[in-house]
Each structure stands twice: as structure tokens, then as C-alpha cells.
Design a protein around this ligand. Structure first.
Ligand code: AMP
Ligand code: GLY
Length: 426
């Protein structure tokens, strides 16, 4: 099989690494890729936003499957355009990608299908939104409706914060994403991520994870794309996983099919595990980054048959095996991320660090020059490890981190702290 993978992050390096291991693979390209991906795939400088160029590449190279990593091309309809041109692609159509690209769409789908989620109201007018907030009281959550790179959410502990968030969003603080605002009930509980592979009608539960969204130790500092993750999430017991499938994932697939927008691809449910059970915080329509990195380390089976089965509506009798050992990843980012940061700084010691037992290093924002790895983005490396326990995976990952010489980079030192405390009986 000839595969074209789209994207350039740590998620795509992990996917490329796993796809490269498939017995079905003949040739793997990645557009645009990064320095790490270039070790397992041929990177091509295609503009992913230029769908005609992607289609032309697939035709001239006899690509059997396009695997789309990030959300932006999905929301732009690349899967629809590829399908119209007769090219098979893994991921949802533009209509199905609304589960991520429009929070209002997802909230309405939940309401209409009794899918457990926070109570909400949707506004296109600041005064009406403020009146609702005052009536509900704090804490309360204010969200820009569209894609805002994970930054369009304000969890307001006071009324003043919530009202200020309304002003920011309607003043264009989040660009087009703020034209509609969703105000929702504050949910208490522990967060977890649940991943399911979907073929339009059937869902296959993949695995669970927990990420660390804040930039600094102890969950302090600004929100980021994710500074680390581990899998599985201890709070996701077999019972919670079954309830998530029955109460959230399966009804969502049924509703999407009924709307004429069957969902194929990876459905990533951000959950709050409350006293009443799992509730949906939000959907993403792709693998998480960095959650994908730990999922790929734990996936025992061949990924390509699973991706084809999802595209072909054949997941009903499909199963995938997983390594029981936990996996953990520490993100190394350029100092200043998620704000301004320098590019082009040198990173040394990555290959030595990768020799630590159980360790695998995936690259995100990197490029190679004269045989050296240079930082080329905000999140730059994913230092991943598996172990018999989260504590062992954590120790191995930080052992590897400490062998990497990159003075202009930083990472959190506490990835996995909740799970490690649980293992210690804390
Ligand atoms: P989202 O981008 O929707 O995942 O929200 C970002 C973060 O805000 C989530 O990971 C939660 O920590 C928090 N959050 C979002 N919605 C709620 C809610 N209704 N109740 C409590 N926390 C929330
Ligand atoms: N790590 C969260 C995400 O990929 O959206």
C-alpha cells in the first residue's frame, strides 16, 4: 500500500512510525513532515491547503490512502475533495468534522440525543449572553464557537471574569471563532480523553489518555496544545469506558448517520468524569497531540488494516490489541511557548537519549540542517517511554529528557503526577 500522511507534528511522527511498521506498507510519504518524520517517510513539500495539488500527487503516485493528522484540513473538506476525485482518505468529511469545528453543533446534537454534557446556551449577542450569565451565576464556562486552537475557552470562577470574557469574544478577541458564543454549566470531576475509531456506523474503542494542558508544573500558567500525556487514564475503568461507548460515542454516530453526515475517522471525546458518570466536554475529530504519541506506543496490532476498515465501513468485527503497560510522553517546547519563542536553536543528544530503555522520541517542530536538529516550532520534541507502571515510564522519560542538550527549551517536570500518586496509593 502507498500511504500519504498529512501533517508535521509529533502526532504525525508517531503515526508515521506506526504506519512504517505495517506489513502492508509499500511506500510512505508525509506532507510537509519534519526532521523526525523524514527518518521513516519521504517528506514532500506539498501545500496541504491546496487540495488540487494533494489530489494530483495522489494520482501520479498511486496513493492508496491519505491519512489526515490535524483538524484544519478536515474542517476545510479535504476528505470530501479527495473522495470526489476517487482517492480514499482516513478522516471525517467537512460536515462530520463539525463535531470539532462547531461547539454549538455538538452541543445541539447532545441535547437532541440525550448525550450527557454540560447544560448550555448559545448566543450571537453580548447583552443576551451577559443576562444569562448573571442569571446562572459563577463558576461558569464561556466558549468561542469556532476553532480557536484550544484557546477559546474561559473557565470563569467569578461573574466578572465571565462578563469580561463575553466582551473579549464579541470584540473579536478570537477572530471569527468568537462570532457565536456558547455559555455552559461548570462541571466538576476528573478529565480524561477517550478515543474511538469509527466507520460511519460502528465504533471500536481504542484507548484512553490524560493530558496536561497548562504550560507549567502543578497545572499552572497558560493553556497550551498539551505539554504531556499518558495512557491509559486510571479514572477510565472498564465500566466508565463501556458507559462512554453506550451513552456518548454510539448515540453520536447514530445521530450523525441520521443527519446524513456519517462520522468516519477518530472520534476523540474530552470527558469529565463526574459523580453521575462520564459527560462530554468536547469532541475532536482526529487523534490528539500529544495523546496520539502514547497511543501509538501502546498499540500492538498493525494500524493500516484498522484505518482501511474504518474507511470501508468494516469495523464491526474488527479488533485491535494493546500493550497493557502504560506509556507517557513529555513535551519539550521552545522557551516562551505558548507565546513568542525563538526558532533555529540547536538541539543535541536526541539519538543518545533515545537509547534509554523503553524510550521513543517523536519530533514535532524540528528541521535538520547540516546533520543537526534545529527547533522550528513551539512544541518541538516528544520524549515518550513505556514502563511497567506510570512511575517507571515517567522515570525513563525524564532520564532521556536529561540527556538532551537544548538550553533554549523547557518542559514540565511533573507529567503523570496524578497517576503516579494513585500508584503510590495517594
Ligand atoms: P475545551 O477546549 O472545550 O476542551 O475546554 C478546555 C478546558 O476547559 C477543558 O479541558 C476543561 O478543563 C475546561 N472546561 C471546558 N468546559 C468545561 C465545563 N463545562 N466545566 C468545567 N470545565 C470545563
Ligand atoms: N492535546 C489536545 C488536542 O490534541 O486537542
Amino acid at each position: 500500500m502507498n500511504i500519504l500522511l498529512l501533517g508535521s507534528g509529533g502526532r504525525e511522527h508517531a503515526l508515521a512510525w506506526k504506519i512504517a511498521d505495517s506489513t502492508l506498507l509499500a511506500k510512505l510519504w508525509c506532507a510537509p513532515g519534519n526532521a523526525g518524520i523524514a527518518r521513516v517517510a519521504e517528506c514532500v513539500s506539498l501545500d496541504v491547503a491546496d487540495h488540487a495539488a494533494v489530489i494530483a500527487f495522489c494520482k501520479s503516485n498511486k496513493v492508496d490512502l491519505v491519512v489526515v493528522g490535524p483538524e484544519a484540513p478536515l474542517a476545510a473538506g479535504i476528505v470530501d475533495d479527495l473522495a470526489a476525485a476517487g482517492v480514499k482518505a482516513f478522516g471525517p468529511t467537512k460536515a462530520a468534522a463539525q463535531l470539532e469545528s462547531s461547539k454549538g453543533f455538538t452541543k445541539e446534537l447532545c441535547r437532541d440525543n440525550n448525550i450527557p454534557t454540560a447544560a448550555f446556551a448559545r448566543f450571537s449577542d453580548a447583552e443576551a449572553a451577559k443576562a444569562y450569565i448573571v442569571a446562572q451565576g459563577a463558576p461558569i464556562v464561556v466558549k468561542a464557537d469556532g476553532l480557536a486552537a484550544g484557546k477559546g475557552v474561559v473557565v470563569a470562577m467569578t461573574l466578572d471574569e465571565a462578563l469580561a470574557a463575553i466582551d473579549t469574544m464579541f470584540d473579536g478577541g478570537f477572530g471569527g471563532a468568537g462570532a457565536q458564543v456558547v455559555v455552559e454549566e461548570f462541571m466538576r470531576g476528573e478529565e480524561a480523553s477517550f478515543f474511538a475509531l469509527c466507520d460511519g456506523d460502528h465504533a471500536l474503542a481504542l484507548a484512553t489518555a490524560q493530558d496536561h494542558k497548562r504550560a507549567f508544573d502543578g497545572d499552572e500558567g497558560p493553556n497550551t496544545g498539551g505539554m504531556g500525556a499518558y495512557s491509559p487514564a486510571p479514572v477510565m475503568t472498564a465500566e466508565m469506558c463501556n458507559r462512554t461507548m453506550d451513552e456518548i460515542i454510539v448515540p453520536t454516530l447514530r445521530a450523525m448517520r441520521a443527519q446524513g453526515a456519517p462520522f468516519k475517522g477518530v472520534l476523540f471525546a474530552g470527558l469529565m468524569i463526574t459523580e453521575e458518570g462520564p459527560k462530554l466536554i468536547e469532541y475532536n475529530v482526529r487523534f490528539g497531540d500529544p495523546e496520539c504519541q502514547v497511543l501509538m506506543l501502546r498499540m500492538m496490532g498493525d494500524i493500516l488494516p484498522a484505518l482501511f476498515a474504518a474507511c470501508d465501513g468494516q469495523l464491526n468485527h474488527f479488533s485491535l490489541r494493546w500493550f497493557p503497560n502504560p506509556a507517557l510522553t513529555v513535551v519539550m517546547a521552545a522557551k516562551g511557548y505558548p507565546g513568542d519563542y525563538a526558532k533555529g536553536t540547536c538541539i543535541d543528544g536526541v539519538d543518545e537519549a533515545a537509547k534509554v530503555e523503553g524510550v521513543e522520541i517523536f519530533q514535532a517542530g524540528t528541521r535538520e540542517e547540516g546533520g543537526r536538529i534545529l527547533a522550528n516550532g513551539g512544541r518541538v520534541l516528544n520524549v515518550c517511554a513505556s514502563g511497567k507502571t506510570v512511575a517507571e515510564a515517567q522515570a525513563r522519560a525524564y532520564d532521556a529528557v536529561d540527556r538532551i542538550h537544548w538550553p533554549e527549551g523547557f518542559c514540565r517536570r511533573d507529567i503523570g503526577f496524578r497517576a503516579v500518586a494513585r500508584e503510590k496509593g495517594g
